[in-house]
Design a protein around this ligand. Structure first.
Ligand SMILES: [Zn+2]
Length: 304
């Protein structure tokens, strides 16, 4: 008898993670191979084949889940734009190509959405009705889960928290929207500001650990930007919980405590009273676990 697991992938700019995932989100045989995300279609699909070889091909039901950067359209499985993290043409038929390669039905979604689905169902959001999972890494990603299902928007673009025009007078964002929070609240932006202020920082971690007098100000501004973005989302969605993951979240309470205080400023008391702000629980495996759960959902859904 086959063990009841499905194949799940989480593609990032550097690594392609792959595992078998049970219906309850248990991970078996976790592997990671280089994603070759900047080598175009040939490199990326060679990486998917390498991951399949590493994990040993399908064993269970004929479905797989695949999370990747960028906006994906749920109905068509088209990856609209994943640049600059993944070099593929605009409006790339990602799901069709993955299904042709693997011979499996594929559940495709944005990587932050996959991580949010996993945290909501089997991680820090268990028991919540509405959760927002924010990934604070190089940039800011987010996923919204309402009543156990991802809230993707009409065209797959919901949850672009980092690019909400919260009117901040900070560095310009690469997306072109004026006043985005991401250049101030994301790890890459924070590190760049630190270096400009004379602090030696490869990433956000050094800024959180620095005793440099300007580091405290930069941290405060980072948390304020993140709280403004999350505050808008809270007023709109009234979540039970905000789950904070991604590399920068490893700062733990050094990030979460000031973030909770800043949210007190930006959120109505009625919406703040029952809101929990917690660390993500699933770490670097959240994306593959969510991809696995999405594949199980696809198996249960009628074939369209
Ligand atoms: Zn932006």
């Amino acid at each position: 008898m086959h063990e009841s697991v499905v194949l799940a992938f989480d593609m990032g700019g550097t690594d392609l993670k792959c595992a078998r995932v049970s219906k309850d989100g248990d991970v078996r045989g976790f592997k990671s191979v280089p994603s070759r995300a900047l080598e175009g279609e040939a490199g990326i699909f060679a990486a998917v084949r390498a991951a399949l070889d590493a994990i040993g091909g399908p064993l269970g039901p004929a479905v797989a889940g695949f999370g990747c950067p960028g906006i994906t359209v749920p109905e068509t499985g088209v990856l609209v734009d994943a640049r600059p993290n993944v070099q593929l043409p605009l409006d790339f038929p990602m799901r069709a190509k993955l299904e042709a390669l693997t011979g499996l039905r594929v559940a495709l979604d944005n990587d932050a959405n996959m991580a949010a689905l996993a945290e909501h169902r089997v991680g820090a959001g268990r028991g919540a009705r509405v959760s927002i999972t924010v990934t604070v890494g190089t940039g800011i990603g987010a996923g919204i889960v309402v009543n156990d299902a991802l809230m993707r928007g009409a065209h797959g673009g919901a949850g672009e928290l980092g690019h909400m025009p919260v009117g901040l007078d900070g560095p310009a964002c690469g997306c072109g929207v004026p006043g985005c929070g991401e250049p101030l609240a994301g790890g890459a932006g924070l590190a760049a500001q630190a270096r400009a202020a004379g602090i030696e920082a490869q990433g956000a971690r050094e800024v959180f650990e620095s005793a440099h007098p300007k580091a405290a100000y930069l941290r405060e501004r980072m948390v304020d930007a993140l709280a403004r973005q999350l505050g808008c989302a809270v007023q709109l969605l009234d979540p039970d919980v905000i789950i904070v993951g991604g590399g920068v979240s490893q700062a733990g309470e050094a990030l979460l405590s000031p973030l909770r205080r800043a949210l007190d400023r930006y959120v109505l008391t009625a919406n703040r009273r029952h809101l929990r702000v917690v660390s993500a629980q699933l770490g670097e495996r959240a994306g593959v676990i969510g991809a696995g759960l999405a594949a199980w959902d696809l198996l249960a859904a009628p074939r369209s």
